[in-house]
Write a protein that binds this ligand. Structure first.
Ligand code: ADP
Ligand code: ZN
Ligand code: ZN
Length: 733
């Protein structure tokens, strides 16, 4: 017997091995993990096929070392999905399958799921007043947690609540207020779904919920377009409830959970069922448990980021993708896939509905809704009594500007702060300033490895490249002319933070960007301070555009919209509009109306005026028309071949060979554009080039790539460079 297996190596083929002699091969399921010899090492492989024939001389075949799983952890449908993804993205099947697994399982660790310990209140614990514990605050908090929620919490839930729960728990057990619960944790045993009742919905929310709930148990795609604060999350929660009532599981994908800690809290507040969480900040162990809990059906809901997409579901019922427009759903290295697009294929394979939600849907999704591929659900108004913010352009041409702040804006900020309301300032550039220039000779601090300037980080007295690892001490003297007049040019969040300290002396500012929130828990602390009203001015980068609710913010200012207006990438205007609308959505969440001020030197720019006077949807229609006229996606399909090498010669030879190859391949109507230097022609020491393939028909482009890619991988010039193919690229960098 021969096993055809997939091995996670960058090679476009499957491998043959002799079946192990000591096991009943017929009973093996496809997809089981195997350990196989590979070169001089051992690798974890995945069984794809059992056959009697090999394309290789049988005497040369090696044997499988051992079989790791009794049963496949992936279903046949999961395997089909992965095979599809491997074909569509032209990525080696072994690497694609291994993406579906959490790291620990990829390394061959056992898939046995230890039953998690759960804890509950004792009779004494139920009746006691937690105030008696006031001298040990941690214990009181923990008891409150149990008394205010449902009676039972698992280790995972406790860790989500507070990573250092163990000592307090031990103490409460000793005091006989808590005890280990021996109730079966399997989903079947959980009768109670809700922990807290659902909200009463407004008619639009109800219509959206009813529509999806009338379409459970078969494939259908929905696009929920709802302005920020319109109650999309409530709609998700109520649809999820309906799916849970059928005993099925739900996969919820979000861009970045760590940026939106409230979301997990909201899910746990609503549902009593077990919830698995999966994102990159968790340990391998935690992610493995979460994955297995879904795979075995012990958890009913998974809340995860992009990589959770492939989590096997024992009883799949629904997939939700929140903030579907968000760029983080696209994996940008290795196996480059769009979690949104694959989620649709997955839902179709599983015959379940898929719900995409956003305040600013991607143009692809709007286009699919226009073509009736997705059913559009609309939430045009904010839920509750909150009012949508007013957007204004502030013309700053010829105006005095202090470190990015115009006088008019400063005046508005004073007015808002005087009312004890909060101000949010958005600037999508961290660091002090993006450039250090010499006033004497014009020298600019450049990165040695990249086509980029070094960014000034004043707090740390460093110059740092944002594209590679390079950094150095902040210079005091020009290395060219030795003069001491080195001047920061341009604006970063650090620089604005300093001027705020001068201009608003008695006000508290927090800066939220990647530099200030690196340490675990810091972001949560800041968010808590903001919500508690201890902060007056919130300054930050795109981190602020993601999902936070700042009820007391009534003024939002976008300091520099212009820098987003002139990109060479056609995706840029869409991203800019989404960002403006998303940031604006942070204003005036509660009953207080909000204002959004955008400082610009382009007050007549059609993108900005359409967005402001007519809204995101009109903007999207305009841009879609432009794309149609130019035959750009979603009216055509693209694949980007990126090439890089430590010197320019190898790519040149590669492209020569590739061009010869392309002449032999029937490209049909596929346009071949390039090669050209990448927009950032050098990065981390690598010279970068690209070639774009485009076709108005997806199937033709796919057929072309199917012929091209195997031949391309065989080119000997391809071995001297690094290359990658990006199907449906979301940016051209
Ligand atoms: P979105 O996800 O669209 O930004 P949310 O679901 O977070 O909106 O809702 C925004 C706010 O409105 C939340 O505080 C939520 O509790 C509240 N909300 C949502 N739906 C309702 C409703 N039907 N009645 C009252 N409040 C609601
Ligand atoms: Zn100089
Ligand atoms: Zn660099």
């Amino acid at each position: 017997m021969i096993f055809k297996v997939a091995i996670p190596v960058p090679i476009y083929r499957v491998f043959d091995y002799l079946a192990p002699a000591d096991i009943a091969v017929e009973s093996l399921e496809l997809g089981v993990r195997l350990e196989v010899p590979f070169g001089n090492a051992k690798k974890i492989a995945y069984l794809l096929e059992i056959t009697q024939q090999s394309t290789v001389d049988i005497t040369k075949l090696k044997s499988v070392i051992r079989v790791l799983d009794q049963q496949s952890l992936l279903s046949t449908k999961d395997l089909r999905l992965l095979q599809w993804a491997s074909d569509y993205y032209h990525h080696p099947i072994g690497e694609v399958i291994s993406t579906a697994f959490p790291t620990a399982l990829r390394q061959g660790k056992s898939a046995d799921l230890k039953v998690e310990k759960q804890y509950c209140l004792t009779e004494l614990g139920k009746s006691i007043d937690s105030a008696v514990l006031k001298r040990s605050l941690k214990q009181k908090e923990l008891l409150d947690k149990f008394q205010n929620g449902v009676a039972k919490l698992s280790e995972t839930e406790l860790t989500a609540w507070n990573p250092h729960w163990q000592p307090a728990l031990k103490a409460l057990i000793t005091k006989q207020l808590l005890t280990q619960s021996d109730v079966n944790t399997s989903a079947d045993a959980i009768k109670q779904i809700l922990r807290n009742p659902a909200l009463t919905c407004n008619p639009q929310q109800q219509a959206a919920i009813d529509n999806v709930c009338n379409n459970l148990n078969h494939f259908k795609a929905f696009l929920l377009e709802g302005v920020t604060g319109s109650g999309k999350t409530e709609v998700y929660l109520q649809i999820i409830q309906a799916v849970l009532e059928q005993g099925l599981q739900v996969l919820v994908l979000v861009p970045e959970i760590t940026l939106t800690p409230q979301l997990e809290e909201r899910f746990r507040h609503r549902f009593a069922v077990n919830i698995a969480i999966s994102h990159s900040k968790l340990t391998d162990k935690q992610r493995q448990i979460a994955w297995l809990q879904m795979q075995t059906g012990k958890c009913a809901i998974m809340l995860g980021t992009r990589s959770a997409l492939f989590t096997p579901l024992k009883r799949p019922g629904l997939i939700i993708l929140d903030e579907e427009h968000d760029g983080s759903f696209k994996q940008q290295e290795g196996f480059r896939f769009s979690a949104r697009d694959v989620a649709l294929v997955r839902a179709k394979l599983l015959a379940i509905p898929v719900l995409l939600g956003s305040a600013t849907p991607s143009l692809e999704s709007l286009h699919n809704a226009q073509r009736q591929r997705y059913e559009l659900l609309h939430l045009p108004e904010r839920a509750g009594n909150s009012i949508e913010p007013v957007l204004q352009l502030l013309d700053i041409r010829n105006k005095t500007i202090q470190e990015g702040l115009s006088e008019a804006l400063i005046a508005e900020m004073h007015k808002t702060l005087a009312k004890n309301e909060q101000v949010l300032l958005f600037l999508n550039r961290r660091g002090f300033a993006p450039t250090l220039i010499c006033h004497g000779c014009g020298w600019v601090a450049r990165c040695l490895n990249c086509d980029a300037n070094l960014v000034i980080h004043f707090d740390e007295q460093r110059l740092r490249c944002h594209h590679c690892e390079q950094e150095q001490l902040l210079l005091k003297q020009c290395p060219d002319c030795q003069c001491k007049q080195l001047t920061p040019l341009g604006l970063g969040t650090e620089r604005v933070e300093r001027v705020l300290a001068d201009l608003f002396k008695d006000k508290v500012t927090v800066r939220l960007d990647r530099d200030t929130t690196q340490r675990k828990g810091v972001l949560e602390d800041y968010l808590q301070q903001i919500n508690a009203g201890a902060v007056d001015i919130i300054l930050g980068t795109q981190m602020l555009a993601k999902g936070h609710h700042f009820p007391n913010v009534t003024l939002v200012a976008i300091l520099d919209v212009d820098s987003g207006l002139f990109s060479i990438d056609f995706h840029a205007s869409e991203k800019l509009a989404q960002m403006i609308v998303q940031v604006s959505g942070r204003a005036g969440r509660a009953e207080k109306p909000g204002t959004v001020i955008m400082q610009t030197r382009q007050p007549d720019h059609p993108l900005l005026t359409t967005l402001i006077t007519e809204g995101y949807n009109s903007f999207a229609k305009t841009v879609l028309n432009e794309r149609k006229a130019a035959s750009l996606p979603p009216y055509s399909y693209q694949a980007l071949l990126r090439v890089q090498a430590l010197e320019p010669e190898a790519p040149k030879l590669f492209f020569q060979a590739l061009k010869e190859l392309l002449q032999k391949i029937k490209s049909g109507h596929t346009l071949v554009l390039g090669p050209v230097a990448a927009p950032m022609a050098k990065r981390a020491g690598q010279y970068r080039y690209q070639m774009l393939f485009q076709n108005t028909r997806r199937d033709e482009l796919q057929a072309f790539l199917k012929t091209l890619m195997p031949a391309l991988t065989q080119l000997k010039q391809a071995k001297k460079i690094r290359w990658s193919l990006d199907v449906d690229p979301v940016d051209l960098y």
